[in-house]
Structures are given as C-alpha cells and as structure tokens.
Design a protein around this ligand. Structure first.
Ligand SMILES: [Zn+2]
Length: 482
C-alpha cells in the first residue's frame, strides 16, 4: 500500500516541493437506529481514497481521488503541485513555516476485542429494541429511540521525510432516548454509553436495560419537575455535562489555528490570545486540563496525526494557569515551539488536516472526595447531569449550558428535579469559580463523535473527561418560559 504513496511524495520532491505527504484511507461506517418496537434505519458503507498534500515555496496544494492506481496517483500529485505553484504566486508573506519532525515508522492499532462489524445486525437491533421496550413499559414514555454507530478507519501515511505510518482504529458510540409526554409538557432523557475507541465488547445488554429503565423513570419525573430558580447558586456538574463545557470553552478556545484567525469565518476566534500563555489565570488552582492523544480508548488516540506526528500528552492549563495550545506543524512557530503537539487531523481522504481538539480532560482532585461529600456543604444549589442545549459566543467567552437532568441541592443533598435550568458565565469566571473536583475514583471519560470545524465542514472525534466538579456562585437562568 505504501509504494504508490511514497512514489507520489518522491515525485513532488523532484518537482521542487519542500514537503509532501500522501494518505490512503479506508473508512467503514455502520449506523443502526431504532424507534419504539422496530428498527427505523440501518446503513453500512465503506469509502476509500487518497489525498496528496504538497508544500511549494511556502504554499500548499492538495488534491485527492477515490481511484488508487499508479496513473491516478501521478495525475493527483501533478494537480496538487499546480495548485501549490499557483498559490505561491499569491503569497503576501513568507508562507508556511513547517516544524521539523524526524522520519518515523509507526504502526498503531486500537484495542478491539469484539469486531462490531462481525456482530449480526439482528443482535444489534435486539439490543436497541429491547431497551426501547423497557422504556415504553413506563406509561408516560410515548417514544423510545436508540442509535448505534461503529466506525473503522484504516490509514496509510507516507511523507517526503521518509515516514511510513499505519493505523487501524475502531470506534463505537451508542445513545438511547426516552421521550415522556404528560402534565401539558414533554421531556426527553437520554443515556450515552461513553463513545470510545473499542469494539462491541464495551456493550452489555443488562446495562442497556438497566439504563433504559432509569432514564424512562427520569423522563417521567421531569414532567412534574418544578421550574428552576434564577439567581446565583453553587453548582455541581457530572462528567458528561462538564465534558461539553470543556470542549467548547477550553478545547476550541485553545486551537492555535483559531487563535491565529484561520477559523474566524466559520466558527469564531478565541479570547485565549498568545500574550496569555504562561500567565493567564484560566481557572482556579483546582483546574488542571490535560491534552492526551495517547489516552487509552480515547477517540483522538490514533497513533499519529495527519501531519505525521506521533500522539502526545501535554498540559493546556496547569493549576489554573494557561500553558499552551493544541497545534499542528504549520502553527507551532507562532508560539515559539519547535515541535508540533501532533493534533492536526483530517476527517476524510479528501480533506486537508486542520488543528483539532485533542483528548482533553479535567484532572481529578488529589485528595479523597466523593460526590456526596462534594455537595454536602451546599445549602441551596443545582446539580447538572448530561448534555442539553448550549451556546457560546465567537470568542469562546460568554456561554450558557443546560443539563439533560437537573436536580436542586438542598442542605447538602440532591432534592427534586428541576426544569429549564441553564448556567451562564464567562470562560475564565467559570473556571476560576471551581473550588473542588472529586477524586480519581469518580473520574469518567466521555466521547464526542461529532465535533464540527472548518469550511468546508469537517467532523472530528475526541474524548473528554472529568469527575463531578463544584463551581461557586454561578448565575442560573431559565432556558424557556413555563
Ligand atoms: Zn467541537
């Protein structure tokens, strides 16, 4: 598989390119969807092709094709070179400064004990429909839905520096939903088995059925929940809820290409400008946020990125202080770093790599602390579990987040459920209000399979994680009228 890719890179070198790389990808996706007592959708596809990227006098050229043959590789390389030469004529400054990287031979395979594509569709349908039937036993639940997604990406990467890398990564995701109707209202409650780079072994039918019963009961309970109070409250977030807040307020805010203005037209810039590195108090001293593209089962763990840089672990925020960004080889020099952090990924053979959020998580607390102890000294507060609607501004600064299930905290204990609660803050205010997070026994990962970025849009995956965490005096408002 490598021969044609290497030939393509060699040709580009001979034509005067500073750098070239070529990727061949095979992407298989299977999606199974259920609604109430039946399967409502099933798709299974495999998509193959290659892309060639060349750097000529500081300018990029990229071209791709679904047909993998010697003739087609030559044509695509020539096209990429023509594009790069044309782009070089329009450069206003010196162009791309490409961070060096040693040539490497690397092989990566994610752990997959049971190949999800080898499991019969009937068994997967049974898993989802059985869960739906448990949810529908609750008379308030009028609709039950489920979804399974399996993805296997095999990738061959070669570059003009002599690197040859291969990865084989299997990812799995599942979600079930219960929608309850009554009391002049409807409410949705879901459960997501953490999306992960693992195979079918991460699913257990017993767990699906237990969770189905729990979320059906909670969907029903949400119907008669009282409307959230408004004002300033101490709040606690569970792992899943905080994962989305980490993603939006830290992950996207610290992508260096966004900071440098490469993403502004699509999804905004960032308040986390370069002058803040090493000094800015992003959060309280309880807040250490670690990026780790070597995290076991992490969705962004794929051995190496699409710049040909191996996965790494680094600190974005340490003891509250902003340390550095997620970067690719094109961006490292903007912050005086000599090496890329290896976080530049493409979502398809026809896409160019862009800086993506790595696996990124809040480190658990160093001293023993359980969720019960975390809420014990909150007189009147709010507990957020799971994800709901959210929004964040173009600077990744002002935001609001809801929760899929929200409880009032009264005198140190979880009391009844609440409707329509949202927490609203500014990124540094929020993280500086963090005064405790539970210990490692309560830390959980949470996978994101659908992070959108780029224009044209690319969809990436990564894992976040946290233990239940407390934030003091956060503004709570209502997301809708009663
Ligand atoms: Zn995202």
């Amino acid at each position: 598989m490598f021969d044609l890719l290497k030939q393509g890179c060699d040709t580009a070198k001979k034509e005067g390119c500073q750098f070239a790389d070529a990727r061949y990808l095979s992407i298989r996706r299977q999606r199974i969807v259920s609604r109430d007592h039946a399967l409502s959708g099933c798709s299974d596809s495999e998509d193959r092709g290659f892309g060639v990227r060349v750097l000529y006098q500081g300018a990029w050229g990229f071209a791709s094709s679904p047909t993998y043959s010697a003739e087609e590789v030559s044509r695509v390389v020539a096209q990429a070179i023509r594009i790069a030469r044309a782009s070089a004529m329009a450069l206003r400054e010196g162009g791309v400064q490409w961070a060096p990287e040693p040539a490497l031979t690397l092989e990566f395979e994610s752990s997959c004990e049971q190949d999800p594509f080898g499991v019969a569709v009937e068994d997967k349908a049974d898993l989802l429909i059985s869960a739906n039937e448990v949810m529908l036993r609750n008379s308030s639940v009028k609709r039950a839905q489920g979804h399974l997604l399996f993805k296997r990406v095999r990738r061959w990467y070669a570059n003009s520096e002599g690197s040859e890398m291969h990865s084989d990564v299997t990812s799995s995701e599942s979600i079930i939903w219960a929608i309850a109707v009554g009391n002049n209202d409807f409410q949705q409650r879901n459960w997501q088995a953490p999306a992960t780079n693992q195979g079918y072994e991460c699913y257990s039918k017993d767990e699906f059925l237990d969770q189905a019963e729990r979320i059906a009961d909670q969907a029903e309970e949400k119907l008669s929940a009282k409307l959230s109070p408004e004002g300033e409250f101490d709040i606690v977030t569970d792992s899943e809820n905080l994962s989305l807040t980490i993603h939006e307020s830290v992950g996207h805010a610290t992508e260096l290409d966004r900071v440098m203005g490469y993403e502004v037209s699509m999804a905004g810039s960032s308040f986390a400008t370069r002058d803040k590195v090493g000094e800015f108090k992003y959060g309280s001293d309880q807040v250490t946020l670690v990026a780790d593209n070597t995290l076991e089962h992490g969705l962004a763990t794929q051995g190496f990125d699409d710049d040909g840089v191996p996965g790494q672990r680094w600190e974005i925020v340490k003891d509250g202080i902003f340390q550095t960004y997620s970067t690719g080889r094109e961006f490292a020099h903007y912050i005086g770093e000599e090496r890329s952090r290896g976080s530049c990924r493409a979502d398809h053979w026809s896409s160019i790599p862009i800086v993506r959020i790595p696996n990124l998580f809040l480190m658990p607390g160093k001293t023993s602390l359980s969720p019960d102890e975390l809420i014990a000294d909150i007189k009147h507060g709010i507990y957020f579990e799971g994800m709901d609607s959210f929004s964040i501004d173009q600077w990744r600064l002002n935001f609001q987040f809801g929760g899929n299930a929200v409880w009032e905290i009264r005198n140190g204990k979880k009391a009844g459920m609440l409707k329509a609660a949202l927490y609203q803050s500014r990124t540094p205010d929020f993280w500086n209000a963090c005064d405790a997070t539970c210990d490692e026994n309560y830390w959980q990962p949470h996978g994101v399979m659908n992070c959108g970025k780029g224009d044209p849009l690319q969809i990436a995956q990564m894992t976040h994680g946290a233990a239940p965490t407390r934030f003091r005096k956060i503004r709570i408002c209502r997301g809708r009228n009663p």
